[in-house]
Design a protein around this ligand. Structure first.
Ligand code: RIB
Length: 314
């Protein structure tokens, strides 16, 4: 049977303003202009997986507005199976207001709208696809009852689960215990664990952060470290892979591309180190391009990026 990944997650439109620098509290800064892109962590991760050539099934919800139609058209155009994406007429489609500085760093305010009202029966409607999947992925941009229901369905079906805990909102221990993989970035990890970098070597910080999640029942921890690369630990195997040096233009969706690439490798049965190298390349390609979903590369582009850096073999 064809391998597939199911993503239960958020789908948004992103209003992205290119600013001279990120504003401080109460400050107005100059913007060079703005664009509207399709985005949402769940939709971006689904798009990355589909663009790599694996069957990618998205489960989520948009509002009954024009933006809802646009963002659904956006993921379909990337090859995502959106049969379980629902339009909820009384809701608004999720929207992210993003500012991007010249060095590619950003700030983001997310109005979840329909993403926060995913009903149980929508998740149930995708139960057959979830049970057949190699991996079930979700993120914190949706309502927690839907997230935990989806995780439980996947676990009952023996399907591996991956949570991207973004944004870093409080999670009960019962959710950590349902995770085969967790993939936070360094800021999110520090919020959960309370283990700060101050006074620690990077090696000790990474290991202690990962151990915090493992102690709560998570099977495998993958920390995305931006320009520093990625780290993996599961109590037995430990790997650190540095990032590819690039000139970042816009890091929006780079983390989502990383997660899509990492899940693609895991679903394909690759060794962890190969998954991390490939995922780093997916994130780097996205960060080199302006925008969210539109910045995500397909398999051809990712392999060309890897070959250019003598990291072929994919
Ligand atoms: O991770 C980037 C995404 O986060 C953006 O596309 C935005 O929609 C927010 O969900």
């Amino acid at each position: 049977m064809e391998k597939s990944i199911v993503i239960l997650g958020s789908i948004n439109y992103d209003i992205v303003s290119a600013v001279e620098r990120l504003p401080l509290k109460g400050e107005t800064v100059h913007s060079y202009g703005f664009d509207v892109f399709t985005g949402g962590k769940g939709a971006n991760q689904a798009a990355q997986i589909a663009l790599l050539g694996m069957r990618s099934v998205f489960v989520g919800q948009v509002g009954g507005d024009a933006q809802g139609e646009n963002v659904l058209a956006g993921i379909r155009a990337k090859g995502v199976d959106a049969s379980f994406a629902r339009v909820s007429p009384g809701e608004k489609t999720g929207c992210a207001l993003i500012t991007v500085a010249p060095d590619g760093s950003n700030t983001l305010a997310h109005a979840p709208g329909a993403n926060h009202r995913i009903p149980k029966d929508l998740v149930d409607s995708a139960a057959g696809s979830i049970r057949q999947a190699e991996i079930f992925i979700t993120q914190n941009e949706i309502n927690q009852d839907a997230l935990s229901y989806g995780l439980a369905l996947a676990r009952e079906g023996g399907v591996r689960t991956l949570l991207n805990p973004a944004p870093a909102i409080p999670l009960p221990d019962v959710i950590f215990a349902m995770l085969d993989y967790i993939a936070p970035n360094e800021v999110e990890s520090e919020i959960y664990t309370g283990i700060s970098r101050q006074g620690k070597s990077p090696e000790a910080w990474r290991r202690e952060n990962a151990e915090w999640f493992l102690e709560r029942g998570v099977g495998n921890v993958c920390l995305t470290l931006g320009a520093e690369g990625a780290y993996f630990f599961n109590g037995k195997e430990e790997r650190y892979v540095p990032a590819f040096p690039i000139t970042a233009v816009d890091t929006t969706a780079a983390g989502d591309s990383f997660i899509g690439g990492f899940a693609f490798g895991i679903a394909g049965g690759w060794p962890v180190e190969k998954c991390l190298v490939f995922a780093n390349a997916c994130g780097a390609v996205s960060a080199e391009t302006k925008g969210a979903q539109n910045s995500i590369g397909d398999y051809k582009r990712i392999s060309a990026f890897l070959e250019d850096r003598d990291a072929g073999g994919f």
